[in-house]
Design a protein around this ligand. Structure first.
Ligand code: CDP
Ligand code: CDP
Length: 211
């Protein structure tokens, strides 16, 4: 079973992906971390504008690096949105993601283009959204919880800029797959979003079995 979860920044994809994977006994990959990892490597080398260096970092990415707490920083997120435009980087990471998805017993992948490009044949596709203001509030809460000093207005501006960049790029832009079910979590807490998502996945899987 493969479950694809896409949506904009801080919509709750990662949290939902982790819980859905545990619920169905599947492995989980937060694919944003891959782009964050490539960005952080390039930032350290002062080469964020070098697409070929990014592709090389993507091909040689050590999965253990995905656990580095630095990947959660806003700098890594903003850098990720820049390197994710490079076609060479997307191609190298596409192979990593398809390999991950194909291994037993199946997986939940969350990102921007999972349902459209990475796993177009996924058994269930969710497109998770929330208002930009609510997403900025969530991200600010999360960063404050980690002791970071935050300016919520700046986070909102970054989220809007990132949404725009992610939706307008030519290569694998952020958009719902035709067969994705949209889940608006603006008024839902993480538990309510999880319950709604499980209900959707159960319905999609049951429908696929009887088709
Ligand atoms: O956690 P947040 O939603 O803020 O970001 P993320 O999921 O970690 O992704 C960081 C950036 O990587 C996004 O803004 C996208 O530009 C890029 N990304 C992508 O292009 N494709 C994916 N499948 C996942 C992330
Ligand atoms: O992966 P993505 O950037 O889409 O979001 P996330 O990192 O999973 O979630 C951002 C924050 O929103 C986390 O601190 C969650 O606890 C919180 N949250 C949520 O995930 N879902 C809701 N419905 C409400 C809040």
């Amino acid at each position: 079973m493969i479950i694809a979860i896409d949506g904009p920044a801080a919509s709750g994809k990662g949290t939902l992906g982790r819980r859905i994977a545990a619920h169905y006994g599947l492995r989980h990959l937060d694919t944003g971390l891959l782009y964050r990892a490539v960005a952080l490597k390039l930032i350290h080398r002062d080469m964020l504008d070098d697409a070929d260096a990014g592709a090389e970092e993507a091909r040689t990415l050590d999965p253990a690096f995905l656990a580095d707490p630095m990947l959660r920083s806003e700098a890594a997120g903003a850098g990720a949105s820049i390197v994710s435009v490079y076609p060479q980087v997307r191609q190298a990471l596409l192979e990593f993601q398809r390999r991950f998805a194909s291994e037993a017993p199946g997986a939940v992948l969350d990102g921007r283009d999972i349902g459209t490009v990475i796993c177009p044949d996924a058994d269930a596709k969710l497109f998770v959204i929330a208002s930009a203001e609510e997403r900025a509030r969530r991200r600010a809460l999360e960063l404050r919880g980690r002791g970071e000093d935050v300016d919520e207005e700046a986070i909102l501006a970054d989220i809007r800029a990132r949404d725009h960049r992610d939706m307008s790029r030519a290569n694998a832009p952020l958009k719902a797959a035709d067969d994705a079910v949209t889940l608006d979590t603006t008024a839902l807490d993480a538990d309510a979003a999880f319950a709604a998502a499980v209900a959707i996945v159960d319905r999609l899987v049951a429908r696929a079995r009887t088709a």
